[in-house]
Design a protein around this ligand. Structure first.
Ligand code: AMP
Length: 415
């Protein structure tokens, strides 16, 4: 019986150990990954290379083509995929045990298969992923087309949804994941057009780096066009929730000014890089473990703002010219920053309280502006009003705003 032919580039997994009998042979161990280089005259032998690049002849019946398990995308981009590691290594990676942490690895006992490892109540469970008629399953009840889909649904199911999902945003669930021992946030974007718009800018965004920007770590593109965004994990959640939950009694003026400056510095950086945020608001600012405010969700709103769908725009934060003519610019971000300052100093209140949504824009265009929040320093309220100049050209730059805020801080500290 002749072997099915394996073209160059085919990946195989060794079924048995092979020591080789001549210099030309490539010795390998059960489970090793081998890549076919070329066929030979003898259909039972292939020229192949191992994972460190050593080349030689291999007997075809000692290896099997690595197929069956479809990954559903680039597995190497998955923060939870750890390749060929042992059971013990997997358990070390999931240490300290925290219910909900999980990873997937290549099975060592069953080369070509995968194992899902989930930390649950202080113990790591290892689930073999069963491959049956082109589909994958853990429980043989629910079947998945590929590994990424299985992990997305099953990784969450096994680990308990509560433990894993840290938030629900307008674009989809946000989950906590593990990437090489570091906690990361994984946001899955369900909406197709948003995913496309985000991807168009992803390469720019990975290059944007600033202490006050939530760092984008990677993007997972899935077959169906949906997308997961991996970012640094911000333990204290969104700024608006942080302000509301702590309130006036906990957060002093110094703290509010520090948050205002943090955000302003990130925006000064985006301004210098000609990157327009379009959805700057306290809900899109996150707080790190060490209380640093970082701007998040940049690049996610292009789609809503470039289509006709103005209904999706956050009216109370968006500048009049952006709402009316879709004129988004750094200056429209400055307008939103003014509203964000108001949110900070009012400890997370919803802007324009007691004004019906549809009256906000007409009233603002006639000159109405929000009052200063209780206890807000005059110098800070002054900056808000400058941000809310009707003519975009009349608004300050983020650079100027940052300088003024630093000035206010220096004065407060010296008093
Ligand atoms: P979003 O989709 O950005 O609106 O996120 C919804 C919620 O998920 C936020 O309010 C946060 O509580 C949480 N969240 C989003 N991103 C992160 C992150 N990088 N780290 C921690 N929590 C996050």
């Amino acid at each position: 019986v002749s072997q099915a032919s394996w073209p160059p580039g085919t990946e195989c997994v060794a079924k048995y150990n092979f020591q080789g009998s001549t210099e030309q042979d490539l010795p390998f161990c059960k489970g090793d990954l081998l890549t076919i280089i070329s066929v030979t005259k003898d259909p039972n032998w292939y020229k192949a290379k191992n994972s460190v690049g050593r080349e030689g002849m291999i007997p075809a019946n000692y290896a099997q083509k690595r197929e069956g398990v479809k990954s559903g995308g680039k597995l190497s981009l998955m923060p939870w995929f750890h390749g060929k590691i042992t059971r013990e290594q997997a358990e070390r990676l999931l240490y300290p045990p925290e219910t909900g942490l999980f990873l997937a690895r290549e099975s060592t006992n069953y080369p070509g298969d995968y194992t899902l490892c989930v930390s649950c109540d202080g113990k790591v469970e290892h689930y073999r992923i069963i491959y049956h008629s082109g589909k994958l399953s853990i429980d043989e009840e629910e079947y998945f087309d590929n590994l990424i889909e299985l992990v997305r649904v099953f990784g969450v199911k096994l680990s308990g949804h509560e433990a894993d999902t840290i938030g629900n945003g307008e674009f989809g669930d946000v989950m906590v994941g593990d990437y090489r021992g570091t906690k990361v946030a994984v946001k899955c974007i369900k909406h197709d057009a948003t995913a496309q718009a985000f991807l168009a800018e992803a390469s720019v965004m990975t290059q944007l780096r600033h202490t006050n920007l939530v760092q984008l770590l990677g993007v997972i593109v899935e077959e169906q066009g949906s997308l997961c965004i991996v970012t640094e994990y911000m333990t204290k959640g969104s700024l608006v929730d942080y302000l509301r939950s702590r309130g006036r009694t906990v957060l002093g003026g110094e703290c509010l000014l520090k948050f205002s400056l943090d955000v302003c510095e990130a925006m000064e950086y985006l301004e210098a890089n000609n990157f327009v945020h379009r959805d700057l608001a306290a809900r899109n600012v996150l707080v790190s473990d060490d209380n640093i405010a970082k701007v998040s969700d940049f690049g996610l709103t292009k789609e809503a703002s470039s289509t006709q769908d103005t209904a999706k725009l956050p009216v109370k934060w968006t500048s009049p010219e952006a709402l009316r003519e879709k004129r988004f610019s750094t200056k429209s971000d400055v307008w939103s920053y003014g509203v964000l300052l108001w949110e900070i100093y009012s400890f997370g209140r919803v802007p324009y309280p007691r004004i019906p949504l549809k009256e906000v824009v007409p009233r603002v265009e006639k000159g109405y502006r929000m009052e200063a929040p209780d206890g807000c320093p005059v110098a800070v309220y002054d900056l808000m009003k400058q941000c809310w100049t009707l003519d975009p050209a009349g608004r300050p730059s983020f650079r100027l705003l940052r300088e003024k805020l630093q000035h206010i801080r220096a004065k407060e500290l010296h008093l």
